[in-house]
Design a protein around this ligand. Structure first.
Ligand SMILES: [Zn+2]
Ligand SMILES: [Zn+2]
Length: 240
């Protein structure tokens, strides 16, 4: 399978990543990608940038080294109501938004019922395009409900290559990812592959994601970022 755009990456602005926007774009171009989504951590993540970074993002060119850049954010889901750490007004200006659970930022209870509720509520957000790493077993989730609601709300579910690394810090990620993919097949919910790169060399490398997709015989037509145009048509954010 060929993926034309990596939907999840971080720059120096995130505070624990190591390259600039220009370096990330150059790496994606070298690897023959057509696009790259840069999704720096939103403001509740310790060490990340100020809200001004996101407010000023309109000045950055969306074309570099012949590839298209989608500049957005990885939001923190804050509670079971599905609140996130960016206003709807600013979220509307992003090219792309991922919403994820992160331990330092989630203030709700970590029961399966509450986490599932948080995801369901955040997927109702008209500017949340993707749920990031829902495979993280530290945040248990009902994958049947997740896939069904993802389909209904046109939210993409992420297969996160970093979660699936043998040295990954997320719990039960491989098993959870497998279960999620089975439910996505059943409910015809769309997914994306994201590397969650925090360094340029990791962009567009999906060895673990490919392996698991093959294992579950996942249908290619449900992978939104096989093409840049397909991805753009699947995002809730619109492009003119
Ligand atoms: Zn990070
Ligand atoms: Zn994340």
């Amino acid at each position: 399978m060929n993926i034309e755009i990596d939907t999840h990456s971080h720059t120096l602005a995130s505070g624990h990543a190591y390259n600039t926007i220009r370096e990330m774009a150059a790496s994606a171009a070298e690897k023959g990608q057509k696009g790259l989504a840069i999704t720096d951590h939103s403001i509740r993540m310790p060490g990340t940038c100020h809200i001004y970074y996101f407010q000023n993002m309109r000045i950055v060119p969306r074309k570099m080294y012949g590839i298209e850049l989608l500049l957005g954010t990885e939001l923190n889901i804050l509670n079971e109501s599905g609140e996130v750490d960016m206003s709807q007004g600013l979220l509307a200006e992003m090219d792309i938004a991922i919403a994820s659970m992160h331990l330092p930022c989630y203030e709700g209870e970590c029961t399966r019922e509450k986490i599932t509720q948080a995801y369901v509520n955040v997927m109702e957000n008209e500017y949340v395009d993707i749920i990031g790493h829902p495979d993280d077993g530290r945040f248990p989730v009902d994958f049947e409900v997740l896939a069904r609601e993802a389909k209904r709300t046109k939210t993409l579910l992420e297969v996160n290559n970093s979660s699936l690394r043998p040295e990954g810090f997320r719990i039960n990620a491989v098993e959870n990812c497998r279960r999620m993919l089975e439910e996505c097949k059943k409910h015809e919910a769309m997914i994306v592959l994201g590397t969650d790169s925090h360094v340029d060399v990791d962009i567009a490398e999906y060895p673990y994601a490919y392996r698991i997709l093959k294992e579950v015989d996942f249908p290619e037509e449900l992978v939104a970022n096989r093409s840049l145009e397909k991805l753009k048509s699947c995002l809730k954010h619109t492009f003119f």
